[in-house]
Design a protein around this ligand. Structure first.
Ligand code: ACO
Length: 448
């Protein structure tokens, strides 16, 4: 199979959200901390009728329907998620309800978990399968689904929730350039979920930022080295039209791109002009550790990077700023923002993606885009996703009502023997929702 990659994409996020400006005031944070400091506009969250399983049921059904794909045509289904509802039974098996109904039980794949990286692992598995000798000619399907919620405190405004589905096959409008890829994996306690009784992570915020940036540097170096080995040319930021980042909050994305600009200036790459090189030169002697701690470098590199950021990153930021951190779905929601904003203009362009999962695992990889053929075309993907309509039709909760929802969800996490309100009045037609968890912890869903 040639040009294996993403044929189709759909995204689902809950219709319920809270404005960051309102949350900021409610939490007693200084004005601008969440909106300017973190760079976030709004945060989506699940109410008691939605969870990672319902969201993934919704997005998979929607993708199959909108692109007119017969469920029998799926040969592999992989889920990435870090939201644990069951320690043994995979989310993938819940999704089998859709396929069993159509007589298709011959579908490989289960769930992948490592913080926000599971979706990328699932995606690579599907792409590798289509490229391998065990491929049977059918499509792969990748689902990234997460509900990111934090305990009250500074991390709470960096939550979010969404599910993304991506159809994988040959001759894709979004093809993998699998040779240009760099990974960085190591052992760290930056963000983890050791308390199985709670949905909330243990998080060392500052450490997680540094781990993220160190992994970014390392992946970029690997990718550059592989590109140079394979093409004989130096890789720089000029060699890709767009850079898409795992997006816990927008400020970290701004810092990340600035970090790549700093890397290019250290490598004396052609992407950086003389004026910028001069501004960054004083920092070239810093050790790695010092460079992660230097506020001056952060400031100067962000300033130098601004024009390039506006051109190469800003079009990827819409959904992550509006919905928040969607964990495994965050990177792909950023990519979906790019598809939404630029669609057909992306034909002929290279896009670099950076995936990060705490703990930690990270990969930077390259995609090559072409218009493709209906229904698997860049323009149709943008049309099908209906990003603007979905964002506009959301319902804003007050911070008080949001906190009340979080309390109910804490109570419900890991519980059995309850029925939900079954109130699906805020959900769009076609949305799956949780109706009941019985005395055996079995979960039941209905479709609106
Ligand atoms: N106006 C404008 N900016 C402000 C204001 C204000 N009133 N107040 C603060 N800021 C700025 C700060 O200067 C800082 O920006 P800077 O880093 O550019 O200087 C930013 O707002 C955040 O303020 P901090 O004091 O650093 O925030 P705090 O430490 O309270 O929390 C954090 C931020 C650590 C990101 C927290 O939300 C968190 O732990 N989140 C979860 C962890 C996370 O997402 N990690 C990312 C990678 S791992 C993953 O994806 C889960």
């Amino acid at each position: 199979a040639k040009n294996v990659g993403i044929l189709a994409v759909d995204i689902y996020f809950p219709p319920t959200c809270v404005q960051q400006e309102a949350l900021e005031a409610h939490d007693g944070a200084s004005k601008g901390k969440y909106t300017i400091g973190l760079g976030q506009d709004c945060m989506g969250f699940c109410t008691e009728v939605e969870d990672v399983i319902s969201m993934s049921l919704t997005v998979v059904s929607s993708l199959l329907e909108k692109y007119n794909v017969d469920p029998k045509q799926i040969g592999r289904l992989e889920v990435g998620s870090e939201t644990v509802i069951d320690k043994s039974k995979s989310i993938k098996t819940f999704l089998m309800q859709i396929f069993e109904k159509c007589g298709n039980t011959d579908i490989e794949g289960v769930d992948s978990t490592n913080a926000c990286y599971g979706g990328t692992a699932a995606l690579f598995n599907c792409v590798n399968w289509v490229e391998s000798s065990s491929w049977d000619g059918r499509y792969g399907l990748v689902v990234c689904t997460d509900s990111a919620v934090y305990a009250e405190g500074p991390a709470r405004p960096t939550g979010g929730a969404a599910a993304i589905a991506m159809l994988i096959g040959p001759d894709a409008p979004i093809a993998f350039e699998s040779k240009f890829r760099g990974s960085h994996m190591s052992h760290a306690y930056d963000f983890y979920k050791p308390n199985l009784a709670s949905e909330y992570p243990v998080v060392d915020g500052k450490l997680s930022q540094t781990c993220y940036l160190m992994a970014l540097d390392s992946c970029y170096k690997q990718l550059c080295a592989k590109y140079e080995k394979s093409t004989g040319k130096q890789f720089s930021l000029s060699d890709a039209a767009y850079f898409v980042f795992h997006s816990p909050y927008n400020k970290l994305v701004q810092k990340s791109f600035a970090r790549l600009v700093f890397n290019d200036s250290l490598r004396n790459a052609s992407s950086i002009d003389e004026a910028a090189k001069e501004k960054l030169a004083p920092f070239s002697t810093l050790s790695g550790d010092e460079s992660y701690q230097s506020r001056d470098l952060e400031k100067v590199s962000q300033q130098v990077a601004k024009p390039l950021y506006d051109a190469k990153v800003q079009p990827t930021t819409l959904i992550p700023k509006q919905v928040g951190n969607m964990y495994t779905a965050s990177l792909y929601a950023a990519f979906a923002s790019l598809l939404h904003n630029k669609n057909s203009e992306l034909a002929g362009k290279r896009v670099i993606l950076f995936s990060y999962g705490s703990g930690l695992t990270a990969t930077m990889f390259s995609l090559q885009l072409n218009e493709g053929q209906h229904p698997f075309s860049l323009s149709n993907i943008a049309t099908v996703m209906k990003v603007s309509t979905k964002l506009k039709s959301r319902h804003e909760f007050s911070p008080e009502k949001f906190v009340e929802t979080m309390h109910l969800m804490e109570h419900r996490y890991g519980a059995k023997d309850y029925i939900t309100s079954k109130d699906c009045s805020l959900l769009a037609p076609g949305t799956f929702y949780l109706t009941e968890v019985d005395s055996m912890y079995r979960r039941f869903y209905a479709k609106k």
